[in-house]
Design a binder for this molecule. Structure first.
Ligand SMILES: Cc1cc2nc3c(=O)[nH]c(=O)nc-3n(C[C@H](O)[C@H](O)[C@H](O)COP(=O)(O)OP(=O)(O)OC[C@H]3O[C@@H](n4cnc5c(N)ncnc54)[C@H](O)[C@@H]3O)c2cc1C
Length: 388
């Protein structure tokens, strides 16, 4: 398995593993985009922090995803408003704020503010009557989403172009997720110790026990999306691990996708980089049972589906260069977890496949939960296991 995005960071030098016991005000477990946001938030509050990862920066989903930076929650905005009320609007605004922050830090070469397209159905004519009916239903759903966004003053336009019909959301953006994470880690690594290749065995009682030493810290954020229930078994009823898969292609001749495109109710998605390569994923709804797994290797059946998505997104044949998969956390009510596991320890994760901005926003809420005792916003599941 090789990850298409990684070619852009082949020269990443990384951080040395922890070498023995240390103490700090705070410790963050997991150097994905969410963990990095928690580290930044602690540092901005003047605390000393140690960050650790079992592997390298963004070795998990944070470096293996579609690179869509979308405003709002995992469910489509109108559905989230129906279910969560004003909290859905708050999360939308918070995620767009996180995007502004990222753009200011990393600039237009890493954060491409090109918007996104939600397409009703896949590009090209429907293959059969069932696909035609599904597309018609999705056109109506796009209209409902647009109405809700407009009602709350969020930018949206109708899309009607070479790919089909749907919505264009001008506030969204695209990134290479590994470049984004390593860019942030390199900046933070100049301010505080970060350690790769330092697996954590246990967290609790003011100590983070790793295979390389013990970190004593008053405040701990566990920022692990997929397989969170492994490191915090008490969260097992509240989060479940799923596998998501992708591939990337050789450059195609046309500049087909002007921005990230998610199609067929968001289940299939693709972005095209300026070099012409397509990064394509999807099919989770078609392989639900098989994809509830901690395994993170790509499978033939899902890859076959994604190749078909790639062909339709490309409008012709594609040559696959890389295939990969990663683990993400799913929650029963689609809200991310921001759980106080014990006094001084908050675990975050369970972004339901859309953690690129929701994860960092949840991480900032976790730091406020720990430092100020501020209950996380209603868009998160602020489980309090320390309360008994
Ligand atoms: C194929 C795919 C496509 C996706 N597409 C998108 C998208 O386009 N847009 C979007 O918003 N979201 C997308 N997602 C979801 C998104 O990638 C994740 O929600 C997000 O990246 C989670 O980041 P994180 O930092 O919270 O956690 P993770 O990326 O899971 O990072 C956790 C880190 O913790 C480390 N770790 C784990 N266990 C331990 C331990 N015991 N000790 C120390 N370290 C440990 C891991 O090595 C890892 O680096 C996608 C996910 C996948 C898999």
């Amino acid at each position: 398995m090789s990850v298409g995005w990684d070619t852009a960071v082949a020269g990443w030098e990384g951080f040395a593993p922890l070498a023995g016991d240390v103490a700090a005000d705070a410790c963050v477990v997991g150097l994905g985009a969410s963990g990095l946001a928690a580290i930044e938030a602690f540092l901005d509050r003047g605390l000393s922090v140690v960050g650790v990862d079992a592997d390298r920066v963004a070795a998990g989903a944070a470096g293996r995803n579609g690179g869509f930076l979308l405003g709002g929650p995992a469910p489509a905005f109108h559905r989230a408003v129906e279910r969560w009320g004003p909290a859905a609007v708050d999360l939308y605004r918070d995620t767009l704020g996180e995007l502004d922050r990222l753009y200011a830090l990393l600039g237009p070469s890493v954060i491409r503010r090109v918007g996104s397209i939600r397409l009703a159905g896949l590009p090209g004519g429907p293959a059969d009557e069932a696909e035609a009916a599904d597309r018609e239903a999705e056109v109506a759903d796009c209209a409902a989403q647009a109405a809700a966004l407009r009602e709350h003053g969020i930018a949206v336009e109708e899309y009607n172009g070479p790919l089909g019909v749907g919505l264009y959301l001008p506030d969204d953006a695209a990134t290479n997720p590994v470049v984004r994470a390593t860019g942030l880690a390199a900046r933070l690594g100049r301010r505080t110790p970060l350690h790769e290749h330092t697996p954590v065995r246990s967290v609790g009682g003011g100590a983070v026990v790793t295979e390389r030493g013990v970190i004593r810290a008053r405040f701990v954020v566990v920022a692990v999306d997929g397989r969170l229930e492994r490191i915090v078994p008490a969260l097992r009823p509240h989060v479940r691990t799923a596998r998501l898969q992708m591939l990337s292609s050789a450059p195609i001749s046309s500049h087909r996708l002007p921005c990230p495109v998610y199609a067929r109710w968001g289940y299939d998605y693709a972005q095209q980089l300026p070099d012409g390569r397509l990064y394509v994923g999807g099919g989770r709804d078609r392989f639900l049972d098989e994809e509830w797994t901690h395994d993170a290797d790509p499978t033939e059946a899902v890859q076959h589906h994604i190749e078909d998505v790639a062909r339709r997104m490309a409008g012709g044949a594609v040559r696959v260069e890389h295939r990969w998969a990663a683990s993400v956390g799913w929650t029963p009510d689609d809200r991310p977890l921001c759980a106080r596991v014990e006094v001084g320890v908050v675990a975050i994760g369970g972004y339901n496949g859309t953690g690129n901005l929701v994860g960092p926003v949840t991480a900032r809420a976790a730091v406020e939960y720990l430092l100020d005792g501020k209950t996380p916003p209603a868009w998160a599941n602020a489980l309090d296991m320390a309360a008994g």
